[in-house]
Design a protein around this ligand. Structure first.
Ligand SMILES: [Zn+2]
Length: 369
C-alpha cells in the first residue's frame, strides 16, 4: 500500500492514499476560503490521532487537523469551524484572569460556529439550511462523544449550548431539516419471541460508543436509503463516509464502501440473524470476506447460536435482548457477540475480537422514525 508521510511536531503520520485525498480536499477548502475572504493562504498540517476532544485547531496562520478526523462524517463542519477562527482573526487571547479568558474563548467558539455557516454557504455553495444542519450534526456528534466519556473540547461550552446559540442566530433554519435530538430512553418492553425481521426506515438512527485498543469515541449509524445490489434490495446505512449494505429481506451483511470505494465484500452475504430469532436458534455459514483496499481475503466458517435472553442496561436505557454468539467453527473460539434488542430493531451491544484486540460498541442514543 502506498503511504505518504506528513511531518508534524516530533513525528510522522502515515496516511493512506484515501486520507491524502481528503487532506488535499481540506487544503482546497482552505484555499477557497482564503480567496473568498481576501486572506493569505493557510497551511493545513495533520497531527497524530489523539483521544483528546480536539479535532482541529487554528493557531497563527496554521491549521492543525487530528488524523482521526480524516474519514469522519464531520470533517467538513470541523474544517469550516477552524477556518472561521482564521477568517475572524482569532489569535491567542490575553487577559486579566483565567475566568475572563475562558469566557472570551467560549464566545469566540460560538462566533466561529456561526461564521462556519457563512463559509459553508460562500465557499462550499450550501444553502443556509444545509450549512446549519451540517454544523448541528457535527455538534450532536460531539455531544454523543461526551456521553461516551469523551472530553469536552477546551474553551467550548457544552455542545447543547452551542447548538442552541447557533439555532438562535439562524432562526429560519432552526427545525427545518436539522435532525431531531436523540434522547436516551428507558422502556424495557417485553420482547416478542420468536422475533421477526424488522423494517428499517430512512432516518432511523442509532448512536454507539466505541471502545477498542486503538481508541474511544462515538459514531452515528443511520438508515439512508434502499438500493438494489445485483438485483437484490438492500438498506444502506451511513456511518460518516462509510456506507454499509444490509439485505432488506434478512439484514444479511453484503458490503461496505468508504467514499464510494469498496472496502469489504462478503460472498455470500454474511447471515447476521436467522429469522425468526428465538433462544436456541442456531445456524452455520461459510463465507469469504474480500478487503480490496488491504488486498486481503479471509475465509470464515461461523457457527452461530442465540444463547439466551438478557435484560441489558446500556447508556441508551434498559432493554430486553437476545444474546447471539458467533464462533469460529474450527476452533470454537468466540469471534463476535451481540445483544439484539427487538424493540430498537438493532443490537445494543457488540463485542468483537479483532486482530488488534477486543472492540466493544454500546448504544448511547437512538431515534426511530
Ligand atoms: Zn474552535
Amino acid at each position: 500500500m502506498v503511504a505518504a508521510f506528513v511531518i508534524v511536531f516530533g513525528g510522522c503520520v502515515t496516511l493512506t492514499p484515501q486520507q491524502q485525498e481528503m487532506v488535499a480536499d481540506v487544503q482546497r477548502f482552505a484555499d477557497g476560503t482564503a480567496t473568498t475572504y481576501n486572506l493569505p493562504r493557510i497551511r493545513v498540517t495533520i497531527e497524530p490521532a489523539t483521544n483528546l476532544g480536539i479535532g482541529g485547531r487554528y493557531r497563527q496562520g496554521n491549521f492543525y487537523l487530528n488524523a482521526r478526523t480524516l474519514g469522519s462524517g464531520n470533517l467538513t463542519a470541523l474544517v469550516a469551524h477552524e477556518l472561521a477562527h482564521y477568517v475572524l482573526g482569532h489569535e491567542p487571547l490575553s487577559g486579566p484572569s483565567m475566568a475572563e479568558l475562558l469566557r472570551a474563548q467560549e464566545l469566540r467558539e460560538l462566533d466561529a460556529n456561526a461564521k462556519a455557516v457563512e463559509i459553508l454557504m460562500r465557499v462550499r455553495g450550501m444553502s443556509q439550511t444545509e450549512a446549519v444542519r451540517t454544523m448541528v450534526t457535527h455538534l450532536r456528534g460531539a455531544q454523543a462523544a461526551i456521553r461516551c466519556g469523551g472530553a469536552l473540547a477546551p474553551g467550548h461550552r457544552p455542545p447543547a449550548d452551542e447548538i442552541a446559540n447557533l439555532l438562535a442566530r439562524f432562526p429560519d433554519s432552526a427545525g427545518t431539516g436539522a435532525p431531531a435530538e436523540e434522547r436516551p430512553a428507558s422502556s424495557p418492553a417485553v420482547a416478542v419471541i420468536p422475533v421477526a425481521v424488522p423494517v428499517w426506515k430512512p432516518g432511523d438512527t442509532w448512536t454507539f460508543c466505541l471502545e477498542s485498543p486503538t481508541g474511544k469515541g462515538a459514531y452515528v449509524w443511520s438508515v439512508d436509503r434502499e438500493e438494489m445490489v445485483e438485483g437484490v434490495s438492500h438498506y444502506v446505512i451511513k456511518q460518516g463516509m462509510r456506507e454499509i449494505f444490509y439485505r432488506t429481506a434478512d439484514l444479511a451483511h453484503t458490503r461496505e464502501t468508504v467514499d464510494g470505494a469498496l472496502v469489504r465484500q462478503h460472498s455470500p452475504s454474511r447471515t447476521r440473524y436467522a429469522w425468526p430469532l428465538a433462544v436456541g436458534t442456531t445456524w452455520e455459514q461459510a463465507f469469504r470476506e474480500d478487503r480490496p483496499v488491504e488486498r486481503r481475503v479471509i475465509e470464515r466458517e461461523d457457527v452461530v447460536s442465540v444463547e439466551g435472553e438478557e435484560t441489558l442496561t446500556v447508556l441508551a436505557g434498559t432493554f430486553r435482548t437476545l444474546k447471539i454468539a458467533y464462533r469460529n467453527k474450527r476452533t470454537t473460539a468466540i469471534r463476535y457477540e451481540e445483544w439484539y434488542a427487538p424493540e430498537l430493531k438493532n443490537a445494543v451491544r457488540i463485542r468483537e475480537r479483532l486482530d488488534s484486540g477486543l472492540q466493544v460498541r454500546e448504544l448511547v442514543a437512538y431515534s426511530l422514525q
